[in-house]
Design a protein around this ligand. Structure first.
Ligand SMILES: Cc1ncc(COP(=O)(O)O)c(C=O)c1O
Length: 371
């Protein structure tokens, strides 16, 4: 049997080893170590932000972002339904309410045209989440936010190193968040980052990630925070990975283009949009849609698994989540595009160690199942 082709794999090398050894040799392994601030500075610099606040995951970054903005009971935050649960949970845990927007059928991002109609007197923020390879159309979103004086939170977890009209993803709105899970463009094992240009928001995030310890009265707490600190070991990986970001993006784009060559034009299968008027696809993952007359995503994923090919389903929309149904968070409003994406979509192996032969094999096996 052929070797398993994983859905994702990071690319780690000598530089990562070198910096990790430095952590061990110096004994700096906790969040107190010098790599943490170095990583925060170089990362925030890369996305044109003044301040970077590292943390333990992309989920933690969203928790910090929402809490630092004082979003709370009675507030509404507009966000996509087609996203990861971390976006909604960060808002719900503060006692606020996510107000969901359906996806655009081509870019799979939130349909910005539907935002304005969802604004109420309770709306305080819009959470823009970039999905899979193309960014949200930020200009019209920022225009609406400006018009209604709303906060903009940008979740750029999936688009490290991508650009929207020549500006880096993560540079838009009041605050942006990232994840460094191993399937992301760069990884720290687990990890995340909040970036902002606002010193007060930055200071609040730093306090919230560190249990809200006080400088002069350490164990006296006036607010509840978390231990969401990033370790020096994670930051060491982050520094080494960030040095390679541009070449990693090139590999992702090249792999996406190879998939396109093999899969474009096949009846019953839809490949991802290559570009929009505002951005090029950087193929964080290579997502495809299966025509419902042919099969379902679930069935094809099952067949690929038997052929030793790893895949992941698309996001299960927030309004369908059993946990939120149980909590009575959303009414029964349907979001047909997102529901359709879940039924039809999944992503193919998109790791950084993929070879041309792997992509060829995956594409041929897939074609066989579809034709
Ligand atoms: C858009 C988005 N936001 C947030 C997260 C959460 O990041 P983490 O897994 O580091 O908690 C992810 C994870 O994949 C994500 O895709």
């Amino acid at each position: 049997m052929d070797k398993f082709i994983p859905v994702n794999e990071p690319s780690l090398g000598e530089r990562e080893k070198e910096l990790l050894i430095e952590c061990i040799d110096t004994g700096w392994i906790s969040s107190e170590g010098p790599f943490v601030e170095r990583f925060e500075n170089s990362f925030s610099n890369k996305v044109n932000r003044k301040y970077g606040i590292s943390c333990s995951s992309g989920t933690a970054a969203l928790d910090l972002a929402v809490a630092s903005l004082n979003i709370g009971p009675g507030d509404e935050v507009i966000m996509p339904t087609f996203t990861i649960i971390s976006c909604a949970s960060s808002v719900i845990r503060r006692g606020a309410k996510p107000v969901l927007i359906d996806a655009d059928p081509k870019t799979w991002n939130m349909n910005v045209k539907e935002i304005e109609a969802s604004i109420t007197s309770k709306t305080v923020a819009i959470m823009a989440v970039h999905i899979y390879g193309l960014p949200v159309d930020m200009d019209p979103l920022l225009e609406i936010a400006n018009k209604y004086k709303l906060i903009v939170i940008e979740d750029a977890a999936e688009l490290i190193g991508a650009k929207y009209k020549n500006n880096p993803c993560g540079s838009f709105g009041h605050i942006s968040t990232f994840s460094f899970y191993p399937n992301k463009q760069i990884t720290t094992g687990e990890g995340g980052m909040v970036v902002t240009n606002d010193i007060q928001i930055s200071n609040r995030c730093k306090s919230l990630r560190n249990l809200c310890f006080q400088k002069n009265k350490r164990f006296i707490h006036e607010e509840l925070g978390w231990n969401y600190r990033m370790t020096n070991l994670q930051a060491a990986l982050g520094i080494a990975q960030l040095e390679k970001l541009e070449s990693i993006i090139k590999v992702k784009i090249k792999n996406g283009e190879i998939y396109n060559q093999f899969l474009e034009g096949i009846r019953g299968l839809e490949t991802p949009l290559k570009k929009t008027s505002y951005a090029e696809n950087i193929y964080w993952v290579y997502g495809i849609l299966i025509n419902s007359e042919i099969s379902t995503a679930e069935e094809i994923m099952g067949k690929l698994k038997v052929s030793n090919i790893g895949t992941r389903p698309f996001f299960y929309p927030m309004h369908k989540q059993p946990v939120f149904k149980e909590m009575g968070i959303f009414d029964n409003k349907p979001f047909p595009i997102s529901e359709d994406l879940y039924k039809k979509g999944f992503y193919l192996p998109s790791g950084l160690n993929l070879k041309f032969e792997n992509i060829k094999k995956v594409s041929e096996v897939l074609k066989n199942f579809i034709q």
